[in-house]
Structures are given as C-alpha cells and as structure tokens.
Design a protein around this ligand. Structure first.
Ligand code: ACM
Ligand code: ZN
Length: 567
C-alpha cells in the first residue's frame, strides 16, 4: 500500500461506492502524525475485539458508543480480531492520553494505555467521518466512510482547560453540558467552573441556605456599559448539588475533570449580602448589580470568616472530586483591611509588616491563601489561584493561573511553582473577535481575533529549565456582557478550536493555513449541531438578534424606552 505522509493537505480516496472523493483531513487539533494511504474503510458493524489485558474497559466502551451511534447497531464484543471489526490493544509503552489509530480496508485498530487515550482515538475517528455522519449517525442516510490512515497522537500539555463564568450570567445545566461536549470534541480535559462572584452565587449550600436564597439573586443588572444604570430585573439562580454532581459525571465520561472555583477573599459581595458579619464593616451589603471590582471583601480578621470558608469548602469537596480546587484570589482591594480593627489586630498578631516589596495587607492575603491551602490539603486537594496570589510570600504547592498577561506564569515557573497560562491578550474569549465592533455584539473590550489565539506560544519567555512547570493553557470566558446561550457560543467557537491546537499540538505541527482549511468541516459540524459560532473566517461578522445590548428582555426594552438610554 502506498503511504503518503501528509501535511494535512487534501487527500483523494475511493469511497465505498467506488467514486473518487476529495476529502480534507480536517481533524482539530491536528494529530501529531498522520500517514494517509489509498483506500477507505466503511464502518458497518459495531463488533469489536478487545485485548483482555485492557483492565479498564470503559475507554473502549466510550469508543464503541460512538460507533454504535454511527452504525445504529449495538456494540458487540467478539472473541478474536476479525475483518470489518474494531480491535483494541493495550500498549503500556504509550503515555497517558496517547493513542494510535489505524484504518485499513480490513478494519480499524486502536492502541492506548488510558481511558482518555481510547476516547481521543474515537474523537479523531469521528472527525474523519463526514460531518453529517458524525452528527446524525445512521439517520444521516450516508455511509460511514473513513479514509485509510495511520494516526499517532499525543498532547503537548497535560492541562487543557476552558473556563466558564456562570456567576455574572447563569447558564442552564443543559448549556453547560453542551459546552463540555464541545470541549471533548477538541480534546480539552479540564472544565474550570466559575461559580461565585460579586453578582451571584451559584453553588447550592445546605449549611448556609441564605446563599441560595439571597446571594444567588441580584435586583437587576447594569445596562450595556452604563455603570450607573440598573435594569431593575431580578436575575439569578443556582445549581443544586445533585445537578453539579451530574455535570461532574457527564464530564468524566468525556475525559474532562471539573475544577470548581470559589473566588476568595475578593469577589464576595454576594456572600456578604447574605452574611454581613463576614465583612469588615458589617454592611449592609447588596448582591452587586454592576460589573467591576468591589472594595467590600471578606474580613480575614475574624475567625467566623474561616469557619464559613471551611464549611463551604467541605460541601464543595463533597460535590467535586477534582485534585485541584480553584480559590480565586484575584482583584482583592485592601482598602477595608487597612481600616478594620479585626484585620489590624490579625496583622499585628501575625507580625506582618510592609517590606521586601510587599505590603502587610498583601501578606494578609497570603495568610488567607495559606490557611485555605492547608485546609484543602487535609482533604488531599491542591489549590489553583489567579496570579495575584503570587504577590507576597506564597507557600509551596500552589498552582498559579496567569491571567494578567504571561508574566505571572513566567515568574511562578521560575520560582518553582506550577502555572497555567490564561493570558487575557491571547485567550480571553470575552474580548471582541474582530475590529468591526459596530457589527459585533457588545463585548468587554480587547481585540482577540482567532489567529491571535492560534499563534499563542505558551513557552515564550519561560526559561527552558522552568518549562516543566507550565502545566498547560486555558481560555477564560467571562460573561458580564453575555446573557444568552447563542452569544456565549458565538464567543467560544471557533476560537476553542484554535485554542485546542495551542494546547495539543507541538509547535512544529501548527500551521494556521492548514487549520483554516480544516475549520471548514467544523463550520459544517456547528451548523448541523445547532452551535452558534463566529463566522469571521468565512467573511461574515455579527450575531443576528444581538444588535441590541447583550442583555435583552421585554422588561429591559421597556425600561430602555422609558429611560431614554442609548449606547
Ligand atoms: C480575572 O480575569 N479577574 C481573573
Ligand atoms: Zn476586616
């Protein structure tokens, strides 16, 4: 058989009907190596032989579920490899998440050494099928024809994340799951769930019911970018613990770990509204109705604050089994701490002093971080925090999420801390995606066209010996100005596809022209799957229906007219 090592150009193969068909190899993220050969294989049965050495058969089952969907047949184990069937081998020499996939006219053989390895082989195979077959399965009425190929693949980074802010706007469990399923389609493996902020608390608490009753709802939302406005429409909601456990299980089947975030000690106004005794001034406070950085934060001078945090984290750990818990740490103004008798007493008692480039208030935040880190450590968990937690004297063992550019990640890695790169300049998906702002829905600002995300190189500026500390890359999708599912998806796709190549592909395997050509198939997939996406790559800008500000409702429209607002 003639083998051609391709650089993801187009390949010609004979379809089952015998007619030559041109098919672009459009798997995203691009596999590490693909060798295409003449011919094709048509998937007709869901029979499979699995090497008995495979201990955890769940990866094979996950693979065969996809095949069952495509063929409309039940997966059936057979006793020996057979022509036309699937064969699964365990290869202990393969790394975690690594796999090989061989398609020949006789059948399909997969080797892996982990759940995610088998799963990712199935994701690659699904993308090698016509998009219609992938989405509609046998009801597409099309044959499941796959080009013959030998694929060898493994990720560049172990941490491949996506963050979703469900605090500023609340998204249904169905929408969260839809996002997670698309993450799996791009071989991302970590969902960072931003569950709490000044404008809303979304984690059901059984110990602190006022969080569900008060913190989860705000009495309105600011209108467009008018910070003095409030639409007066009550808004909010929370996820029950059962719902969140269901999301964890759903994501787990797709090879995705859910890391929850409780943002502390700043971004806590919603909590203070329910439990004012946790603030420095005692309130009164209201769940915030505008965006920005609040001066009211938790009071670390009071023991009751730590009792509360430990109680919540106890509950959080019951719901989320992830090794990492994200504890926020960003944007915590110290104004109140400077005046608060309890905070002053705490700083004095701890002997905290300004010096070495740090203020005593920054060191007080380190104290909070360390106490929470120690508490979570007793439960076998590790912390991730936004890069502000590096300010002062951070205890070993924390992982830094670098969002204010890459410098936090570089500094952390040089100091021996693990870091995840999420710089606003490259991977903040709440930024505008084109310069034609009048055609775009309202966004927070910035300018992040897809090629900028694609061209992000996470090791730039990181000394070689520190690169092992860069665990991976994550995009963050904050939702101040994003109120609808359509708008949320519009901001994420196809930038998530570009992100996936930053996370998965070795630099030498990245090629923006190849990526753009491959994206055509993904456009078809979005159309067929009912996913809203930005069409800039195809010469169109805009989200129909969003010419008005992102937050739109009948009451809002009425309010706008009555109050003569314009933007
Ligand atoms: C952040 O964007 N405030 C982490
Ligand atoms: Zn205080």
């Amino acid at each position: 058989m003639k083998k051609i090592v391709i650089l993801f150009t187009t390949c010609i193969f004979a379809a089952a009907c015998g007619k030559a068909v041109t098919v672009p190899f459009s798997v995203i993220p691009a596999p590490a190596s693909v060798s295409l050969s003449d011919g094709s294989f048509t998937i007709k049965t869901a029979d499979y032989y699995a090497d008995p050495a495979i201990k955890d058969m769940e990866g094979v089952s996950a693979f065969m579920e996809k095949v069952a969907f495509v063929t409309g047949r039940q997966a059936k184990a057979i006793d020996a490899p057979a022509a036309g069937a699937f064969t699964f081998n365990l290869n202990p020499a393969l790394a975690d998440e690594e796999y090989t996939l061989d398609v020949t006219p006789q059948g399909i053989t997969v080797s892996a050494n982990s759940y995610n390895g088998f799963l990712y082989a199935s994701v690659t195979l699904a993308q090698m099928l016509p998009a219609k077959v992938q989405v509609q399965g046998q009801s597409s009425g099309m044959k499941a024809v796959v080009p013959c190929a030998s694929v060898k693949d493994k990720p560049r980074f172990a941490y491949r994340g996506f963050h979703l802010d469900c605090a500023r706007h609340f998204f249904s469990i169905d929408e969260v799951k839809k996002f997670i399923s698309q993450m799996a389609n791009y071989k991302l493996n970590t969902f960072h769930w931003h569950l709490t902020d000044d404008q809303g608390w979304r984690f059901e608490s059984k110990k602190y019911p006022r969080l569900n009753e008060i913190s989860a709802y705000r009495e309105g939302t600011m209108i467009a970018k008018d910070f003095s406005s409030n639409d007066g429409v009550r808004y909010g909601g929370y996820y029950t613990q059962e719902e969140m456990k269901d999301v964890v299980a759903y994501a787990g089947k797709l090879g995705i770990t859910v890391i929850p975030e409780i943002d502390l000690p700043g971004h806590m106004v919603a909590v203070l509204a329910a439990y004012p005794e946790l603030g420095c001034t005692g309130g009164p406070y209201e769940v915030w109705t505008r965006w920005g950085i609040a001066k009211d934060v938790l009071c670390p001078g009071k023991e009751v604050t730590f009792e509360f945090l430990e109680g919540i984290l106890d509950e959080l750990c019951e719901v989320f089994p992830s090794e990492y818990i994200h504890i926020g740490g960003d944007e915590c103004p110290k104004d109140r701490w400077k005046e608060c008798p309890d905070c002053l007493k705490r700083m004095k008692g701890l002997g905290l002093k300004d010096g070495n480039g740090h203020t005593k208030e920054q060191l007080l935040q380190n104290y909070v971080t360390k106490r929470i880190q120690d508490f979570l450590g007793t439960k076998g968990r590790k912390i991730i925090g936004w890069d502000e937690i590096l300010e002062g004297e951070l205890a070993p063992g924390a992982t830094i999420m670098s969002w204010r550019g890459v410098n936090g990640g570089i500094e952390a890695s040089k100091k021996g801390f693990d870091a995840i790169m999420t710089p606003g300049t490259y991977v903040y998906f709440d930024y505008f995606q084109s310069q034609e702002r009048d055609k775009e829905p309202l966004a927070i600002g910035g300018n992040l066209p897809i090629d900028k995300t694609y061209n992000f190189e996470p090791f730039d500026g990181v000394p070689e010996e520190a690169q092992k500390h860069i665990l991976g890359v994550q995009a963050n999708l904050w939702t101040e100005y994003i109120a609808t599912d359509e708008h949320l998806e519009y901001m994420a796709f196809p930038r998530m596809a570009a992100l996936s190549e930053v996370q998965w592909c070795a630099p030498a395997n990245k090629d923006y022209e190849r990526f753009k050509a491959a994206a055509d198939r993904h456009k078809e997939y979005y159309e067929l799957s009912g996913i809203t996406y930005h069409k800039g790559l195809w010469g169109e800008i805009g989200l129909p229906g969003s010419e008005q500000p992102a937050r739109s409702s009948e009451e809002l429209e009425k309010y706008l007219q009555e109050n003569n607002f314009s933007w």
